[in-house]
Design a protein. Structure first.
Length: 297
């Protein structure tokens, strides 16, 4: 018992200099945290403690003013809880489930039947030829919708060309491929920032060319010019630029790379895994390796 008493007295005496040396801002922040925690507990005298959105925001603001060494003695929640609150806030902000419109109406059954009939009667017709025939009959339908209808029915919309699969192409040409895509992150106040990144498939070297909250075609084109200037003669070893169909990557963006004799390859619509290196960081292409979309040929 005497040993325990001496230990407590010693611990208190050691903590005195740290209290004296702490800045007034840190002390005030700790007092505000303790006062707000007391208010939350008084508001809920029974049951589980529940923090309202205002409580979470207040603790998040004060977290930057409290010394991390004092966190356990002052803060009622852990840093992991604050990060979980932030993730939940961002998920709620970008959740458009309740505001999402009904979307594009489904294709009529009669149109689907007509597409399949034309494809079976003349297997040499591609999906664009079928779309043109339907337009001549007065049916407005996109070529990609025709391709999707045929694909779901298991019909090849055009004669299959011999050649490597998408995975074989990526593995064989890895040393000459550079891929581009946008990554995003959310700040603590909910502001979304976008980073334009490029990755060399052969060396796995990542290039972050810029970060902005409002990416435009002009900004994206300038980042492409900056990358070309930074790579210099290394651009000669590259043959392909792989990107998605983002509207911010326009013709001017492609021209920057085409000037260095790079061929621009666009991933198929609604096929993010075709550019999976930037999204998953895996060494190889996905195990399911669909052939490129006909629009991509």
């Amino acid at each position: 018992m005497i040993v325990s008493l001496l230990f407590e007295v010693t611990r208190k005496l050691v903590s005195v200099p740290s209290v004296v040396l702490r800045s007034e801002t840190t002390k005030d922040a700790e007092l505000l945290v303790l006062r707000h925690e007391n208010a939350v507990l008084r508001r809920q005298l029974a049951g589980r403690v529940r923090y309202e959105p205002a409580d979470r925001f207040w603790f998040a603001v004060l977290s930057g003013l409290v010394d991390r060494r004092r966190w356990r003695d002052v803060f009622p929640v852990t840093p992991g809880t604050l990060l979980a609150w932030h993730r939940k806030l961002m998920a709620h902000k970008w959740d458009y489930t309740a505001r999402r419109p009904t979307g594009r109406p489904p294709t009529r059954v009669a149109i689907k039947s007509l597409v399949l009939r034309l494809a079976r009667e003349d297997p040499r017709w591609g999906h664009r030829r079928i779309q043109g025939e339907l337009a001549g009959l007065g049916h407005r339908i996109a070529a990609s919708t025709v391709w999707l209808i045929l694909h779901e029915a298991g019909i090849v919309p055009a004669p299959r060309h011999t050649g490597p699969t998408w995975r074989q192409f990526l593995n064989a040409q890895a040393q000459g491929i550079i891929a581009a895509d946008f990554l995003h992150l959310d700040t603590v106040l909910g502001r979304r920032l976008y980073a334009l990144v490029f990755i060399e498939h052969g060396t796995r070297r990542l290039h972050i060319t810029g970060v902005t909250s409002h990416p435009t075609r002009e900004w994206t084109t300038q980042q492409a010019r900056n990358l070309a200037a930074d790579l210099g003669q290394r651009m000669e070893s590259l043959r392909f630029l792989l990107r998605d169909r983002d509207g911010k990557d326009g013709q001017t963006f492609d021209t920057v790379f085409q000037a260095d004799d790079l061929q621009v390859i666009k991933s198929a619509p609604q096929a993010p895994r075709m550019n999976a290196h930037l999204q998953t960081g895996r060494r190889h292409a996905p195990t399911r390796s669909p052939r490129p979309h006909p629009d991509h040929q």
